[in-house]
Write a protein that binds this ligand. Structure first.
Ligand SMILES: [Zn+2]
Length: 393
């Protein structure tokens, strides 16, 4: 294997050396190195998040750590497109990937601000987790599959006041397809085939990171999240606070879900033989999971400002639309309803989300879209109230 198997492409403002097969094959191969061209939007969003975050960080030296760095697609973009970041640490076990990353850093004239290693991920994070050695201002965890086994090391490698970003691609596990795996990796139970399983998945992942952090007297809080069918991605700030770590019992809990009537609600504790408050059937439950907000709305507004300022990474219109949905989302409600689900309960055609939201609001309920599902809406109305309202002509 040699660098001849790699070709140069431009993503954002950055030149990358990527395996030529990753551009031609339907599924990008792992040999000689992994690069997923379709994940460009994911990386565009991350550049915008990091840029927004790093501008407010008051530190002498702002650094970025990338333990699963691959060919450097994310970290080289950070080095080139976020000048406020002083140093980028790229690590990958695959030496072909790291060679390509190193060469691309030279092409982009950012070699001075990049370090390259080919260590085991745990060792790389451990090497950056002491006072003496540098902890990262921002550290990203983007493994194949579950991030669960790395969360401890990740949280030890971030500076207080810094940020971690975490990707999970084991969405089937988090959505409840393999309940035993979900329980042992994430300490949570999901609801398979529920209409809002993606939000449950996301909140189970956040809960694992929050609980792990609390063990280390750290408080982490989501400031931005996004997902699609293939991955879930969360951005969380980290700070030290024992009292903050103690307050997680007000943020972690369960969802109760009634298959029969469609009722769903949050609870901090589960009671034995819990029955649906509307129809009396037995509830299913999901959790432990995160019950508090998903977004820091002030942060999301700042992201929109940076996007609008013109220094634009990626397809702006799509990102602008997603961000404004996040900004208006009732993200303290930990579930949503789908328009088709309501239509099927009413045996009618689905109404537009716009129409549903306007009807709910004009009847005095809160209502918003969900950024996690183009078909989803959030409301403080209960299922019986929603059905009653939408059954009217
Ligand atoms: Zn019920």
């Amino acid at each position: 294997m040699s660098l001849e198997d790699f070709v140069e492409i431009t993503e954002g403002k950055t030149k990358l050396l990527v395996p030529s097969l990753s551009l031609s094959n339907k599924v990008p191969p792992k040999v000689p190195a992994f690069f997923n061209p379709v994940a460009r939007l994911n990386r565009d969003i991350s550049i915008l998040v990091y840029k927004t975050f790093i501008m407010d960080v008051k530190k002498d030296r702002r650094t970025f750590g990338d333990p699963f760095g691959g060919v450097g697609a994310r970290s080289l973009r950070v080095a080139v497109e976020i000048p406020e970041v002083e140093h980028v640490f790229v690590n990958d076990r695959n030496i072909f990937a790291i060679d390509a990353a190193r060469k691309a850093a030279t092409i982009n004239l950012v070699s001075d601000k990049c370090s390259f290693t080919s260590e085991d991920v745990i060792a790389f994070l451990a090497n950056h987790s002491s006072e003496k050695n540098e902890r990262f201002t921002v550290v990203d965890l983007d493994p194949f599959g579950s991030p669960a086994e790395y969360v401890d090391c990740l949280l030890r490698a971030v500076v207080k006041g810094g940020m971690v970003s975490v990707t999970a691609t084991d969405t089937a596990v988090l959505c409840g397809v393999h309940p035993n795996v979900c329980k042992r990796k994430y300490y949570g139970r999901s609801l398979h085939s529920s209409s809002y399983s993606h939000e449950i998945a996301l909140r189970i992942l956040i809960s694992l990171i929050v609980l792990t952090a609390a063990r280390l007297d750290l408080v982490v809080h989501p400031i931005f999240v996004h997902l699609n069918h293939h991955y879930i991605r969360v951005y969380m700030t980290a700070s030290v606070s024992r009292s903050g770590a103690n307050s997680i019992d007000k943020k972690i809990g369960y969802l109760r879900d009634c298959i029969k009537c469609g009722d769903r609600n949050a609870a901090f504790e589960l009671e034995r033989d819990d029955r649906c408050r509307l129809c009396g059937s037995a509830y299913r439950f999901a959790g432990m999971l995160w019950l508090a907000n998903l977004f820091d709305k002030h942060f999301v507004s700042n992201m929109i400002c940076i996007l609008d300022k013109g220094d634009r990474p990626g397809p702006v219109r799509h990102m602008r639309k997603t961000l404004s949905t996040c900004l208006n989302e009732l993200d303290d409600i930990p579930f949503y309803f789908q328009s088709d689900e309501i239509a099927s309960r009413l045996s009618t055609n689905p109404r537009s989300l716009q129409n549903i939201i306007e009807r709910l609001q004009s009847s005095g309920y809160t209502a918003s879209r969900s950024s996690l599902d183009p078909n989803g809406f959030k409301t403080n109305a209960q299922i019986n109230q929603i059905l009653d309202l939408l059954a009217r002509p």
